[in-house]
Design a protein around this ligand. Structure first.
Ligand SMILES: [Zn+2]
Ligand SMILES: [Zn+2]
Length: 324
C-alpha cells in the first residue's frame, strides 16, 4: 500500500483582483539582478545556471498575480479552496491527470462568493469534460444562484448550466463536517463583508487551515479564543495578510488582516507553519519581501525561540505535510 499523501499547492495567491506583473516591475528585477552578477557568474553555462538558481524567488520569479485558489491533495482526494483565477491554471494541470479524459473527481470549497474567489470557475477546463464529477461546497445561502448570476448573459457568455461535467452545488450551512473517506473538512464563519468561511482539513494526524478574507477587529484573548481553537496545532495555516498592521487599522471594516495578527494567532494556536496569503494587489514582490522581513523580526520579538516557520504563499509552490 502506498504511503499517505497530504500536499498543498498554491494556485492563486493574490487578493481582491488578479494582478499581472507590470513591465516596470520586471525591469526593476532585471536591474537588481545585474547589480549582483560577477564575471565569474557568467563564464559558462553551468555558472550562469547556478547564478540564476541561487537568486531569491522575488528576483528570478514572482509570488504570483492570480486570485485565490489552493489545491489540497489528501488521501487520494482532490480538494480545492476557492475558485479565483488560479483555478484556471490548476484546471490545465489536471488535464493529464484523468480530468482530460473525464475520469476526474474533485471537491471545491468556497470561502465566500466575492469576485476574486469565484471568477476562475468558467475557465476551469475540467468542467467541460463529460464524466468528470465535482461538488462545489459553500455555507452561504443561495449558493447556486450566486454562481449562476456570475455567468448570466450581461456578465459572461457561457452559463453555469453549460458544463459537461457533473457539477453539484452543496450548501453545507447545517452540516457539521464533510468527510471524504478518512479526510475530514470543517469550517468556521469569519468577520468579512457578507461573511467568509475558514476551512480546516484533517488527515492522518496532520492538518491545514485555509483562512482567507477575515478581519480581527477585537484583539483581546477572549475575542480571539474561538479562532485560536480552530487554528490549534495546524501544520499549515494559510492566512489573509493583505495589509500591514497599520493599514489594517486604517482600513477598518474592509475585511482583511495583517501578517502581525497572523503571527499572534499562529503563536497562540501552536501552529507549525504560517503562510501569508491574499497579497495586496498594489504590493510588488519587493514590498512583500519587506513586509515579510518586518514580520520575521516581530515574531522574534514577541516569541523568541518559537519554531513557527513563516512563508509567503507563492504560486506553483507545494508544501508536503507528510514530509516531516
Ligand atoms: Zn478576497
Ligand atoms: Zn472577500
Amino acid at each position: 500500500m502506498s504511503s499517505p499523501q497530504f500536499k498543498v499547492t498554491y494556485r492563486g495567491v493574490r487578493g481582491s483582483i488578479p494582478t499581472p506583473l507590470l513591465a516596470s516591475e520586471i525591469e526593476e528585477k532585471v536591474t537588481r539582478i545585474l547589480e549582483t552578477v560577477t564575471p565569474d557568474d557568467l563564464k559558462d553555462m553551468a555558472s550562469r545556471k547556478a547564478f540564476i538558481q541561487n537568486l531569491p524567488i522575488h528576483l528570478k520569479g514572482c509570488f504570483g498575480g492570480n486570485s485565490a485558489c489552493v489545491q489540497v491533495e489528501a488521501g487520494g482526494h482532490l480538494i480545492i479552496f476557492d475558485a479565483g483565477t488560479g483555478l484556471r491554471i490548476l484546471g490545465l494541470d489536471l488535464l493529464d491527470k484523468g480530468f482530460g479524459q473525464g475520469e476526474g473527481e474533485g471537491h471545491l470549497f468556497l470561502s465566500h462568493t466575492h469576485w476574486d474567489h469565484i471568477m476562475g470557475l468558467p475557465f476551469f477546463v475540467p468542467f467541460y469534460r463529460k464524466g468528470n464529477r465535482f461538488k462545489i461546497y459553500g455555507a452561504h445561502p443561495d449558493l447556486r444562484d450566486r454562481l449562476m448570476n456570475q455567468q448570466s448573459p450581461p456578465h459572461f457568455p457561457v452559463p453555469f448550466t453549460s458544463y459537461e461535467a457533473d457539477v453539484e452545488v452543496v450548501e453545507i450551512r447545517d452540516m457539521e463536517c464533510v468527510e471524504l473517506g478518512p479526510v475530514r473538512v470543517t469550517w468556521k464563519a469569519m468577520a468579512h463583508p457578507g461573511v467568509s468561511y475558514t476551512y480546516r482539513v484533517e488527515y492522518e494526524g496532520k492538518s491545514v487551515v485555509y483562512s482567507t478574507d477575515a478581519e480581527y477587529k477585537r484583539l483581546e484573548p477572549e475575542d480571539l479564543a474561538p479562532t485560536v481553537e480552530f487554528f490549534r496545532d495546524a501544520d499549515l495555516l494559510i492566512f489573509d495578510s493583505q495589509y500591514t498592521f497599520v493599514e489594517g487599522i486604517e482600513k477598518e471594516d474592509w475585511g482583511h488582516s495583517s501578517t502581525f495578527i497572523g503571527v499572534d494567532l499562529a503563536v497562540a494556536a501552536n501552529v507549525k507553519r504560517l503562510a501569508f496569503f491574499h497579497h495586496e494587489p498594489t504590493y510588488t514582490d519587493t514590498k512583500l519581501m519587506s513586509v515579510f522581513g518586518q514580520t520575521k523580526k516581530y515574531l522574534k520579538a514577541i516569541a523568541p525561540g518559537n519554531p513557527l516557520e513563516l512563508m509567503i504563499s507563492c504560486e506553483g509552490k507545494t508544501v508536503d505535510l507528510m514530509a516531516d
